[in-house]
Design a protein around this ligand. Structure first.
Ligand code: CU
Ligand code: ZN
Length: 193
């Protein structure tokens, strides 16, 4: 190979490399964007249940759910209750059509364990616990958990399409299958916002 030919080949190589580099340059900001998105887990999902009266009670209120970083924060604000404790659960069926709330089915229990107290195994994924109403009949309760998700693919965690039930009595955390909490006085389907 003559010297000029080597130089031409070398120049062609450099031009090709430059061309290739230009092709790849746009990938850098794209890659940075993708990495940025996957690291930025501040996706927020929202759901809510509007509580309607059942069994001719005065119960009403809202239960909101916000999912961030794989954890769902629930806040229930209920009024029209008699002072004292009232059981609050997630029931399996998002159907509040019947006046006694029975259309919502039993406790949401996707991993098939005994009824119990929130946080002390075993307990149903729907065993939120008791909401304490003050002398004005108003009560609030909050939970933050990774046992739930808002409309994810895992049906053992997905709260969408289930129902919140408020009971006349308190949950004793031990009676099977539902804590002996008495009649259903409020019901709201959990709907994604
Ligand atoms: Cu219940
Ligand atoms: Zn239960």
């Amino acid at each position: 190979m003559s010297i000029p030919l080597i130089i031409i080949t070398e120049i062609q190589f450099i031009i090709k490399m430059n061309y290739k580099m230009k092709n790849y340059l746009f990938i850098l900001p794209l890659a940075a964007f993708i990495v940025g998105c996957s690291n930025n887990k501040t996706f927020t999902l929202k759901a809510a249940a509007g509580i309607m009266s059942k069994n001719s009670s005065d119960a009403s209120g809202t239960v909101t759910f916000i999912e961030t970083d794989g954890k769902v924060t629930m806040t229930a604000n209920i009024s029209g209750l008699t002072p004292g404790n009232h059981a609050i659960h997630i029931h399996a069926v998002g159907d509040c059509s019947k006046d006694d709330g029975s259309s919502a089915g039993g406790h949401w229990n996707p991993i098939n364990v005994d009824h119990g107290k929130w946080g002390s195994t075993p307990f149903h994924n729907g065993d939120i616990g008791n909401i304490l109403a003050d002398e004005n009949g108003i009560g609030t309760i909050s939970r933050k958990t990774d046992l739930w998700c808002i409309n994810c693919a895992d049906e053992a965690k997905n709260i969408i399409g289930k129902a919140i039930i408020i009971h006349e009595g308190s949950d004793d955390y031990s009676s099977q299958p539902s804590g002996a909490a008495g009649a259903r006085i409020g019901c709201g389907e959990i709907i994604q916002q």
